[in-house]
Design a protein around this ligand. Structure first.
Ligand code: PHB
Length: 373
């Protein structure tokens, strides 16, 4: 086979912090809700799924709760117990053995939860007691989708504990053998709830002004950097996302400033959810917001959201992004980089098996047939 990778923008290597990436076809964080029911522990089926996808330039793990309070859906994995660390260690070993790289996404869901998922049936926490209208979760295999109820506003004196939850998650991710971590500050979960004006109506040091809304996400990022070093830390944002009833009155100003502060902290990358099948206030990609992030940030810019190979090549070539994370294409194509390289046809994804279930729609998507050389 002719080597077509020579000039293909998707196959130019890149150093992301301390991690050498062999290609720019990255796997985005994807909630699949298939951890073991008891203890939220990653299992052998999860290992097989990640091992199959080790040819990604980098895998970013599914969102992983840093604490019992940070959990918002049935069957999502955690990184706060010894059993979870051991489960993840087996996965990172398998990915490394297969030549891959993997970061862990550190997650606290905030208000996107349910008392049935919380320790002692407690009310989920948020910056403000605002119910995300229309947002849903599922609390067990047979609950179906249930509506999110009104959360409890965190007290200011609880913020150090939130930071501590992320710090412990970061320490545990290191024990579990990851190459780095991504702080989840997107998609309507706790840190995004603090950042965006629609969900943060606090009047103390953690709300009101933009500087105050960014305070907790920056404290968390600093704590994670203390554990990992700035070169191994990224942050995910979704400036114009509407999923989970999110809204910000000025995403350009908000995320331009957040990018500037993250640049000062020196994080290796920002991953930007530019568009999403789960909802976006922008029409297509929000180019002016993307400019605001890029103009304020000297690190690596990772683009995400409804990408396929051609658009990814085009935008990398034009300097609109450095790397691209692919979600649904990676669900359905474990060998996605090879398919992009060879212009091979893609398997179609089955949205009915995205969340929860067994091997079907998870580890049974076919690889390309290997032909003898
Ligand atoms: C989801 O469960 O739908 C989900 C989880 C994490 C995300 C986005 C979506 O960041």
């Amino acid at each position: 086979m002719i080597d077509k990778t020579g000039t293909d923008p998707l196959f130019q290597p890149l150093k992301l912090g301390n991690t050498e990436l062999a290609n720019r076809v990255l796997m985005s964080p994807l909630t699949r809700s298939r951890a073991s029911q008891h203890g939220d522990v990653p299992n052998a089926m999860n290992l097989e799924y990640y091992r199959q996808r080790a040819s990604a330039g980098l895998i970013i793990s599914e969102a992983t709760q840093v604490s019992p309070q940070g959990k918002g859906y049935a069957f999502t994995p955690g990184i706060h117990s010894e059993a979870q660390i051991a489960g993840w260690k087996a996965i990172t070993d398998a990915v490394h053995e297969a030549g891959g790289r993997i970061h862990m996404q550190l997650w606290h869901v905030g208000r996107i939860s349910h008392p049935d998922l919380q320790p002692n049936g407690e009310t989920p926490v948020a910056p403000s007691a605002i119910r995300p209208e229309g947002a849903m979760t599922f609390i067990s295999a047979d609950s179906g989708m249930v509506e999110i109820t009104e959360p409890r506003a965190l007290d200011a004196d609880e913020m150090p504990d939130i930071v501590e939850q992320f710090r412990i998650g970061a320490i545990n991710a290191k024990k579990a053998g990851f190459d780095g971590v991504e702080v989840h500050a997107a998609n309507g979960y706790l840190l995004d709830q603090f950042i965006k004006s629609g969900s943060n109506q606090r009047t103390d040091d953690f709300g009101g002004s933009l500087a105050n809304r960014l305070r907790l996400p920056l404290m968390v990022t600093e704590a994670v950097i203390d554990v990992w070093g700035k070169d191994n830390v990224g942050v995910r944002i979704s400036p114009t996302g509407s999923f989970n009833a999110m809204y910000d009155e000025d995403p350009l100003a908000t995320f331009g400033e957040f990018a500037k502060q993250l640049n000062a902290l020196g994080v290796a990358y920002i991953e930007v959810v530019e568009d999403s099948f789960q909802g976006n206030h922008a029409e297509g990609r929000p180019e002016s917001v993307i400019d605001a992030v890029k103009n304020n940030f000297e690190g690596v810019y990772i683009a995400n959201g409804n990408y396929l190979a051609e658009e990814a090549r085009d935008r990398i070539s034009k300097g609109r992004c450095d790397l691209v994370t692919f979600g649904r294409p990676f669900i359905a194509n474990p060998d996605l980089p090879e398919r992009f390289r060879d212009d091979a046809p893609l398997n179609e994804w089955d949205s009915g098996s995205f969340y929860g279930g067994d091997e079907r729609g998870y580890t049974d998507y076919p690889f390309l047939e290997k032909t003898e050389a």
